[in-house]
Structures are given as C-alpha cells and as structure tokens.
Design a protein around this ligand. Structure first.
Ligand code: SAH
Length: 247
C-alpha cells in the first residue's frame, strides 16, 4: 500500500520543508515525492534538512502543475488546515489511511500538500476526491508543512503495520532473566523468614501478618531468577555476618 502513495508538495517556498518532508516520508516507509513548481529545488538546505533521506530527494519528480502530478492517480486527497467556502467530503487522517487501504482499485493515490503561505488553492482542492484535516487546536490549526506530512505518513504507516505486523524472533532469554518458579520464590520466602528470625526482626511466636505482607510485596514484582539469586545472596551475607559477630 505504501508503494502506491505519492506525496505531492505544491508550490513549496522553503526548500528546508522539502528536505524535512522527505525525512518524514522515509521514516514512515513512503518513497514517492512529487514537487509541483517548487520555488527553490534542488537546494543545499533541502539536502541538509532531509538528514540522509537523499534517495527520496534524488528520485523526487519535479513537475509544473498539479494536474501533471496527479495524472496517473485514481484517488486524490488534499490536505487542508481550514474549511473552505464549498464543503467537500472531509475526513481525518486515520479515516484516510483506512480508505486508501480498503480501496486497492483506487491506487495509485496522490496526497496533496499546499503552500506554506496559503495552503492549497480552491482550484487545487477541487481536483481532490476528499479533503483531509488534521484535527489540531481549533485556535491554531495550521501545522508546519513537513509536520503535516509526518502526521499523514504516520497514519499510513500504522495502517500498513496492521496489515504487515513486524514478526520479531523471540528473544533468547538468559536463565537469570527467566521468571522465577514458585519453588524458587518459596525458597526466597523461607530464607527471608529464617534471616529475619536471626536478626530478631521477626518473632515466629507472634507472626502477625508479616509473612503475608512480604509475599504480597514480592508478588507485585514477579521476580526473575537473577533477582531471587541477588536477594538470597544478600540474605546469606547477613547470615554469615551474624555468625562472625556471634563467634
Ligand atoms: N496558512 C495555510 C496553511 C499552510 S500550512 C492555510 O491557511 O491554509 C502548509 C500545508 O500543510 C497545508 O497546505 C496543508 O497541506 C498542511 N497542513 C497544515 N496544517 C494542516 C492541518 N491541520 N490539517 C491538514 N493539513 C495541514
């Protein structure tokens, strides 16, 4: 699905935004960048802000008009930070990702982003099937261009991941990282009680709820084998210390 999406930046003024948009795209696994009549491109600042997403900038297609950018696309979506005079089908980024994912017959897809100054013009918005709005603070709706590209790309990535979950090989755990068995934890409780008796912290004739409270404390942390060993090592050191002192 991600291969079928073109990010189209229309009449971008600041080359830095082009670079930052390329970076945003690459982090989310999008590769097709189309630039409609950019003010300044190629440009050093775009390279710098792309921070290594040079492949996206190198393969970016530069065209004169929006019509040319979208000519082979079957679904065209325009991003906009505000409502325009003529209401258009308006969706949120998540809905947009869902729509793109469920309509393979509408691929390839173009997602248009507007000028930093005035966004997409009405004529450009009217080339779109849907408008998408990032539901930002109503008192301050306009994101930086590359930030908007990042958010839209992220939603596409999340959708992609639900279809292609990353299957990682299960981690090889060291013994010490394995969750302790009941027997091991029971051994710790016995050891703890034995040591507390030796230090006279615990009186087995008058146990009250101490044992239960200690069990509840450790139950919360689901000790692993290494942790049981550390605690038992510490208890042994207390026992040895007492033995030395009482000789
Ligand atoms: N001042 C312009 C906004 C330009 S921001 C205006 O009033 O329209 C540059 C581009 O970033 C916009 O054209 C749009 O493509 C995208 N963008 C910024 N904020 C957005 C938002 N809240 N929702 C969707 N796209 C947004």
């Amino acid at each position: 699905m991600l291969d079928q999406i073109k990010i189209v930046l229309c009449h971008t003024s600041h080359p830095g935004n082009i670079g930052a948009a390329a970076r945003a795209m690459k982090t989310m696994g999008l590769y097709q960048l189309v630039l409609v009549n950019p003010k300044d491109f190629p440009c050093e600042e775009a390279l710098v802000r792309s921070s290594g997403a040079l492949d996206i900038l190198d393969s970016a297609l530069v065209v004169e008009t929006v019509e040319e950018a979208i000519k082979d696309c079957k679904l065209v979506i325009g991003t906009s930070s505000r409502n325009r005079a003529l209401p258009w089908p308006l969706i949120e980024p998540r809905e947009m990702a869902q729509l793109i994912d469920t309509k393979p017959e509408s691929h390839p897809v173009a997602i248009l982003f507007g000028r930093e100054s005035v966004g997409l013009l009405n004529e450009e918005l009217q080339l779109c099937h849907y408008h998408v709005n990032i539901p930002a603070n109503p008192d301050y709706m306009s994101l930086n261009l590359a930030s908007a590209v990042q958010i839209i790309s992220y939603e596409l990535r999340l959708k992609h991941l639900t279809q292609n979950p990353i299957t990682e090989a299960p981690l090889e755990l060291k013994d010490s990282e394995l969750v302790a068995t009941s027997e091991q934890v029971e051994g710790l409780y016995q050891h703890l009680e034995q040591t507390m008796v030796k230090t006279e912290f615990f009186d087995p004739e008058n146990p009250k709820l101490l044992s239960a409270r200690i069990r509840r404390l450790f139950a919360k942390s689901q000790l692993n084998q290494g942790e049981v060993n550390i605690l038992r090592g510490f208890l042994s050191s207390i026992e040895k210390y007492i033995k030395r002192k009482t000789k």
